[in-house]
Design a protein around this ligand. Structure first.
Ligand code: ZN
Length: 244
């Protein structure tokens, strides 16, 4: 798997012919350094906003809910010119339980209705209700973060999908060690400054967070209302985000 260090697009190659080591000043390494630098907040570490435009990220954490938020994806497909850029922070446990929904998203991407950035949200997405954040999500005692990340990448590759270099911490919870583990794998953690269901509203440059798995319908309802009110004039691909 290789990354274009200026467009940040990934692709699969049979060999490393025509590839070269990263330039220190490339967009990719600048973003990676920004993402890897202190402080390391327990919540919402990583890149939380861009310079301009709006970025839609939809998390697909494990869920026992049937189906997915089709109304969201159908609404953006109706509203914006194709392909519509959207980031899916996906987990293997969600894919395993929702093969039909996954296939629908894959097809929308394939036929050019959506331009999906397949973001990594770990395979397992450990979560212990009621437990302190410092011992929860990727900070849970059983977490093996590198293999949890790579297992998701393999699951995508096995299904004909190319993983991106973008990563979101489950629960947006991390510590310094976890951040280094992610960036050492070449991935850039993405936070949010507009988690709609938590009452945050998008402004210029915002990374919007909603859940595509039906676990947080409130956020989707708010997004659809903003869309109707013309407050989401267009969406940008997360690969267009710039370093500070
Ligand atoms: Zn999640």
């Amino acid at each position: 798997m290789v990354v274009n260090t200026e467009t940040l697009h990934t692709s699969i190659r049979r060999s490393y012919a025509n590839t070269s080591p990263c330039d220190f000043h490339s967009r990719y390494l600048r973003l990676l350094r920004q993402a890897d630098s202190p402080p390391y907040p327990l919540q919402n570490d990583g890149i939380t906003h861009g310079k301009e435009g709006l970025y839609l990220t939809t998390d697909l954490c494990p869920s026992s809910k049937k189906g997915f938020e089709k109304r969201l994806y159908e609404a953006i497909i109706r509203r914006f010119p194709h392909p519509v850029p959207v980031t899916l922070f996906i987990t293997k446990r969600w894919i395993d339980r929702h093969p039909t929904a996954f296939e629908t998203l894959r097809q929308w991407n394939k036929i050019g209705s959506l331009a999906v950035t397949w973001g990594n949200h770990t395979a397992a997405h450990h979560y212990h209700p009621g437990k302190a954040l410092a011992k929860n999500f990727v900070l849970s005692p059983e977490e093996k973060l590198s293999s949890d990340i790579l297992t998701l990448e393999k699951a995508l590759l096995e299904r004909g999908v190319t993983p991106s270099i973008f990563f979101r911490f489950p629960g947006l919870v991390s510590d310094e060690k976890a951040v280094h583990t992610v960036t050492r794998l070449g991935l850039i953690p993405i936070g949010t400054d507009a988690w709609l269901a938590k009452g945050q509203r998008p402004k210029e440059g915002s990374i919007i967070l909603v859940h595509g798995n039906k676990n947080e319908p409130k956020g989707i309802t708010i997004f659809l209302r903003l869309l109707k009110e013309g407050k989401i004039p267009r969406l940008r691909p997360i690969s267009g985000i710039s370093a500070k």
